[in-house]
Design a protein around this ligand. Structure first.
Ligand SMILES: [Zn+2]
Length: 517
């Protein structure tokens, strides 16, 4: 026997088997058992969620030899023929290829005759929104005054394209996209019954890729069985779908949250080198951030993960917290237009990663500007390198800070800002902090008596051999250089401004002294 695709062999033959459409099923059952059947239905919803299947079930139900009934027998000639698609009284029309008025006229001609054997002539028009305006007008006449033996079932993925005149004459039933969880459970049931193995991670990845469509999910499984025979594991899914393994995406999110730019870029380049698509990696990363946000809000909220996956990210999600994850997800989603439109999507993905990885630095600036100096209890992401150059590593408790500014940030944010751009130079046991010529005010602040103790402590954390710490201004006579535009210099030297420019770039184009001081 030749292989039959799963979407076909697993097409539901009873309303009870229609996945995830409980409200629709309930409505149709009530209509059938209460003898309150409409003469025209409009089924709308995403592709592959069961609209055509439900239309055929309805056709079976009204024409079953033992019906009309909500539970068609499945054995009578009518039931069998509908299931095989050979019933002469059940007509399926593809609206996309029969969209002209002539097609609808032909249909109307057909409606003049009573059904050959069954109670109803059931007309199923798939993708009905594709009909031309003239065809819709012709169809409208039939739907307005249908013969008693005609039942219309119109199906569409785009209800908004169906004219209001048609809509108002139909009973409208909305089919919902299936949850990833429902699809995953279904795939596992199919695997069990068909006798092939499907790893939990593979089932979750397929369910996610199917985006609410059970038909797409089953088609993917067909593809995977062709590739991996009867053992579909995470690696097979990664290869066939081009979806990165979960650990890779999780590692990328970790690096982004830590501000480890080098590690993030390395992950991205590795995935691209493995032939994975930049857009898929982007979407998978967004999906994981969203899952983490869900977990941070409520651990019971995210059903699309396997237990192992949940275990791997739950703690991290809790640590980052709702605020940080919301911001990260927002920043990540903002990059979508760039990734969609860019000629070089791989570069666009790297830029997206850079922007997100730099965000922890921006966040510190925000915290400082807001007057918060103590880190929030949720444990914010940590910047481990000012430019995240090669060799940036994850932070660990008591680790040597990556820069003087980092060493000072939590206790002395203003001093940290002041020394941000200073260049340390160790000669023997004398550490000199060199300031650029225009940074006189920063140098003065860093060299002030009040700052001596914290500055020296921070310098010794970074340079354990430093016995003496000096502050010096490059190319000048000292910290007292007076630039011509004193006000501008004052602003430029302000550590907050310096920090802001270091993070977000930009030039100071003018300074206005506020009346209030
Ligand atoms: Zn039957």
């Amino acid at each position: 026997m030749s292989y039959q695709v799963l979407a076909r062999s697993w097409r539901p033959q009873r309303f009870a088997d229609l996945l995830g459409q409980d409200a629709v099923v309930q409505t149709l059952r009530n209509a059938l058992s209460g003898d309150a059947l409409g003469h025209a239905y409009l089924f709308s919803g995403l592709r592959g969620v069961g609209k055509t299947t439900a239309a055929r079930l309805l056709a079976k139900a009204v024409n079953c030899a033992e019906g009309p009934t909500a539970e068609p027998c499945g054995r009578c000639d009518s039931c069998r023929e509908v299931a095989e698609g050979s019933s002469i009284d059940v007509v399926e029309i593809d609206g996309a290829s029969n969209r002209k008025i002539e097609d609808v006229r032909e249909l109307r001609e057909m409606l003049r005759f009573h059904p050959t054997r069954d109670r109803f002539r059931v007309i199923i028009i798939d993708e009905v929104h594709m009909l031309t305006r003239e065809a819709f007008n012709a169809l409208l006449k039939s739907i307005e005054e249908p013969p008693s033996y005609v039942l219309f079932v119109l199906a569409t993925t785009e209800r908004h394209k169906v004219p209001a005149t048609i809509l108002s004459r139909c009973q409208q039933l909305e089919f919902r996209p299936l949850s990833a969880d429902a699809i995953r459970a279904h795939l596992e049931a199919v695997a069990g019954r068909e006798g092939f193995s499907l790893s939990p991670g593979a089932a979750a990845a397929i369910a996610a890729a199917a985006q609410g469509s059970v038909r797409d999910a089953l088609s993917l499984v067909d593809q995977l069985r062709a590739f991996a025979a009867d053992a579909i594991d995470d690696a097979a899914v990664a290869t066939v779908l081009g979806v990165p393994p979960f650990e890779v995406t999780a590692g990328l999110v970790d690096a982004l949250a830590d501000g480890r730019v080098a590690a993030a870029l390395e992950t991205i380049r590795g995935e691209l080198a493995a032939g994975h698509d930049a857009t898929i990696l982007y979407h998978e990363t967004g999906r994981l951030l969203r899952a983490m946000l869900h977990l941070a809000v409520d651990p019971g909220l995210e059903p699309s993960l396997t237990d192992d996956q949940r275990g791997a990210i739950e703690g991290r999600a809790r640590n980052l917290g709702v605020d940080v994850l919301t911001r990260m997800l927002g920043l990540w989603l903002e990059q979508e237009p760039m990734l969609r439109d860019a000629a070089n999507r791989e570069l666009a993905l790297e830029v997206a990663a850079l922007r997100l990885a730099r965000w922890p630095a921006v966040r510190r600036l925000e915290r400082w500007l807001a007057g918060e100096t103590a880190p929030p209890a949720t444990g914010p992401p940590t910047v481990t390198g000012r430019d995240g150059g090669p060799g940036s590593e994850p932070p660990s408790a008591g680790a040597r800070p990556a820069s003087l500014a980092d060493a000072l940030w939590d206790e002395q944010p203003r001093l940290a800002g002041a020394v941000e751009a200073a260049r340390p130079s160790l000669e023997g046991d004398v550490l000199t902090l060199w300031f650029a010529g225009g940074a006189g005010a920063s140098a003065r602040y860093a060299g002030s008596a009040a700052m001596r103790r914290p500055l020296e402590a921070a310098c010794r954390r970074l340079f354990p051999g430093a016995a003496t710490v000096r502050v010096a201004v490059e190319g000048g006579s000292g910290a007292d250089d007076a630039p011509t535009d004193e006000l501008l210099a004052e602003v430029e030297a302000d550590p907050g401004v310096a920090r802001a420019r270091a993070v977000i770039g930009g030039e100071i184009v003018g300074v206005r002294r506020d009346g209030g001081g």
